[in-house]
Design a protein around this ligand. Structure first.
Ligand SMILES: O=c1ccn([C@H]2C[C@H](O)[C@@H](COP(=O)(O)OP(=O)(O)OP(=O)(O)O)O2)c(=O)[nH]1
Ligand SMILES: [Mg+2]
Length: 144
């Protein structure tokens, strides 16, 4: 399928999201700023891009496993939700779970974005729900 992701660069340091390998699910997002993230703290990082998502989709902002494993850096609100109608700048909330300062460099790939379909459901309030085998069981009800 040929879905178009329209991207507008709004800063001279901004870069188009980067697909490292053909077929990769994630498109890497680049930082346009240098910032120190102290241990235990979170920072909002600019990407310098705005987007127009394909109809009926969202973008999920997820951590990069390399940054998580090597530097304990992850996305605080993972997966971040980019709504289809959002036209503002894409920003990433990074948190430092490590013990040392982490320096975000300009042009560093800080997170990745996955474009996913969204069902636009109609809400309906009801008094009765259908029966199922699971019923109200959850939170470990099926055992280890
Ligand atoms: O990691 C993120 C998460 C969100 N956004 C942008 C796009 C998204 O469409 C908008 C709102 O995000 P969200 O719905 O998660 O935040 P909210 O706290 O519910 O704010 P709002 O009331 O604006 O929906 O902020 C980002 O740029 N990065
Ligand atoms: Mg919201």
């Amino acid at each position: 399928m040929d879905y178009k992701l329209k991207v507008k660069l709004i800063h001279h340091d901004a870069k188009l999201p980067y697909r490292a390998n053909e077929g990769d699910a994630g498109l890497d997002l680049f930082s346009i700023e240098e910032k120190i993230i102290k241990p235990g703290e979170a920072e909002l990082i600019r990407t310098g891009i705005q987007m127009e998502l394909p109809r009926g989709t969202e973008a999920q902002v997820r951590p990069r496993s390399g940054l998580a494993l090597k530097h304990s850096i992850t996305v605080l609100n993972s997966p971040g939700t980019i709504d289809e109608g959002y036209r503002g700048e894409i920003k990433v909330i990074l948190i430092n779970h490590g013990k040392e300062d982490f320096k975000v460099e300009r042009h560093m790939r800080i997170a990745q974005m996955v474009i996913a379909p969204v069902l636009q459901v109609k809400l309906k309030q009801v008094e009765v729900l259908s029966d199922t085998v699971r019923d109200k069981g959850g939170f470990g009800s099926s055992g280890k």
